[in-house]
Design a protein around this ligand. Structure first.
Ligand code: GSH
Length: 248
């Protein structure tokens, strides 16, 4: 049966799954949801278990959460594993992925939205990407409420954005230092640890293959643009992983 991914196109956790599916050359359909309106659809799918995307549907199974979905894909489609076989490398890959999911994902999201929400014309097309065109109009008309709800929901404010910046810088420094010593984060081949690092930082190096309309640099808020310029060398290391291993 077909594989279906319920997602926000902009979500970097969903990018982990798109990447893992493409890596195995699997055919899949996506259902793009609009943040806010997704709650009902996801609760229905998961019998109220949670509201977050990604959610994968396959052969009557519903799997929620990027790490559980990667486990499922490794189990169901073992041909091109994303988890090392060596036990020590496997433990290390799992450790990296968990840390990146818990720290990098929320930090990149909080920092980026804190700045991008200051530019409705930039952020609305990102939030509504892949959904019917009228959603852009709806979000634009209700933008002050969207801004308020997103900031409240994800605890986005000056203080948390600043804390997120510190977390991103610490992780980027550690990742780049690790890649300067070895080609992969865990073991001797590309794994879900590398995939997670590059997918979760992708909104900061904005690859073309990522299915959203990234803004031109000149339209980015100044403070974020300055930060991105300053951290470009570190981000390029992750971009290289993305370019080398992200099949379309
Ligand atoms: N740890 C989860 C995090 C997923 C997550 O935070 N998803 C966000 C989008 S980036 C979401 O769905 N937020 C809306 C919600 O939780 O209702 C995973 O790895 O899948």
């Amino acid at each position: 049966m077909a594989i279906r991914l319920y997602q926000f196109a902009i979500s970097h956790y969903c990018e982990k799954i798109r990447w893992a599916l493409d890596y195995r050359n699997l055919n899949y359909e996506t259902t793009n949801l609009l943040p806010g309106q997704h709650v009902k659809a996801i609760q229905k799918l998961t019998n109220g278990a949670g509201t977050s995307v990604p959610v994968l549907e396959h052969n009557g199974e519903i799997i929620q959460g990027s790490s559980d979905i990667l486990d499922y894909l490794d189990q169901e489609f073992p041909g091109k594993p994303l988890i090392p076989t060596d036990e020590a490398a496997k433990a290390l890959a799992t450790q990296w992925e968990k840390r990146l999911d818990d720290e990098a994902g929320p930090a990149v999201r909080c920092y980026s939205y804190h700045h991008l929400l200051q530019r409705p014309k930039v952020v609305v097309p990102l939030l509504a990407a892949g959904t019917p065109f009228y959603n852009r109009i709806l979000l634009s008309l209700a933008f002050s409420r969207v801004d308020e709800v997103m900031r409240k929901w994800m605890k986005i404010n000056d203080k948390t954005a600043e804390q997120s910046r510190v977390v991103m810088e610490r992780l980027l420094t550690e990742l780049v230092e690790t890649y300067s010593r070895q080609p992969f984060l865990a073991g001797d081949s590309f794994s879900r640890a590398d995939l997670t690092a590059a997918a979760l930082f992708a909104p900061l190096f904005q690859p073309e293959a990522y299915p959203v309309p990234w803004p031109k640099p000149a339209r980015m808020p100044k403070e974020m643009r300055t930060w991105l310029n300053q951290w470009q060398p570190q981000l390029q290391v992750l971009r290289k992983i993305y370019e080398d291993y992200r099949q379309p």
